[in-house]
Write a protein that binds this ligand. Structure first.
Ligand code: HEM
Length: 292
């Protein structure tokens, strides 16, 4: 079945828009390469850009469940698999570019993966994504049964952590994006915990979504301070106040606050908006069984 069709065989604008968008970063890198837009080390830059989009897609896939619940928009689940599979395709490109950068010397690649811990961590995450992609089809879902499938697919949380560590370790001095992504990850995990604690069918109350946003923002600010204190010995009391001004740009905590506010607005909207778009029947069965 074509990914832009829904289970009734009709073109779904949502699926089509997401499907096309997922290609854009890779197409940009492919076009930028011959045009010389990737700087003096184009392969390294391409590795970076594709790596960035891999982790962004992983996190976007993790955002789908809270977004569909908060927005009261069950059909959003239809695009989660597409985004997850895109993350896998991007990681394959990221890895292939790395192998090409090593002049396809597979012995060297293997020894680097064993000896350099950030590559080992990245490689384990890649294997995890491969497992998720291989079991992402409707057929595999049916064969495994909803419960086992759901249990297996929880490894995506571990993959998120490994991807973040890989990102932090190779970022060296500039950890702006890994820091805000770590804050977003806290929000994503916090929401899942609150959803699990909430009475069945009631969802996470608005005040808890608001509090979660504040907690993720504060922890991101503190995390940034702790990171620089540990890595470059910067006094905590010099780093923390930067969160209260724009003198050195938008801090990671502000990005987390922004995302949290958007999710809070989505939750407020979802409270009065009627349920929009049921998921496709097959998805509906699987979602109901696994409480996705
Ligand atoms: C799910 C798995 C992975 C994710 C999400 C991921 C993501 C990333 C990200 C976000 C970056 C940094 C981009 C930037 O700073 O602009 C990066 C860099 C890099 N990654 Fe990965 N990666 C993964 C797996 C791997 C694997 C398996 C390898 C190779 C064995 C690898 C090799 C590299 C290299 C060589 C760099 C650049 C390091 C440097 O320039 O110093 N990654 N990756």
């Amino acid at each position: 079945m074509y990914p832009w069709l829904d289970y009734g065989g009709r073109v779904s604008p949502l699926r089509l828009a997401v499907f096309v968008s997922l290609f854009l970063p890779a197409l940009y890198v492919m076009a930028a390469f011959p045009l010389g837009w990737l700087g003096s080390r184009p392969v390294t830059e391409a590795i970076h850009q594709i790596g960035l989009w891999t982790i962004r897609f992983i996190f976007l896939a993790l955002l789908i469940t809270p977004a569909r619940r908060l927005l009261n928009w069950p059909r959003l689940i239809d695009v989660r698999r597409m985004i997850g599979v895109a993350a896998f395709c991007y990681i394959v490109i990221h890895f292939t570019l790395y192998v090409a950068d090593e002049a396809f010397d597979l012995r060297e690649v293997a020894s680097e993966i064993i000896l350099r811990i950030y590559l080992t961590i990245g490689f384990v995450a890649l294997l995890g994504l491969a497992v998720l992609a291989a079991t992402s089809t409707d057929g595999m879902q049916r064969r495994m049964g909803a419960r086992r499938w759901q249990r297996l697919h929880r490894i995506v949380y571990g993959i998120g952590v490994l991807a973040l560590i890989h990102f932090f370790m190779q970022s060296k001095a500039n950890v702006w994006e890994p820091l805000w992504m770590a804050g977003l990850f806290l929000w994503l995990m916090g929401w899942r915990l609150l959803d699990w604690l909430a009475p069945r069918g009631r969802g996470v109350p608005l005040w808890q979504v608001a509090l979660l946003g504040v907690a993720a923002t504060v922890l991101t600010g503190l995390g940034e301070g702790a990171y620089y204190a540990i890595v470059i010995n910067a006094p905590l009391m010099r780093v923390l106040p930067t969160n209260f001004s724009l003198d050195i740009g938008v801090r990671p905590s502000w990005v987390v606050l922004g995302v949290s506010c958007v999710m809070l607005a989505a939750a407020a909207l979802g409270k009065w908006r009627p349920v929009s778009g049921r998921p496709s029947p097959a998805r509906n069965r699987a979602s109901a069984a696994r409480g996705a």
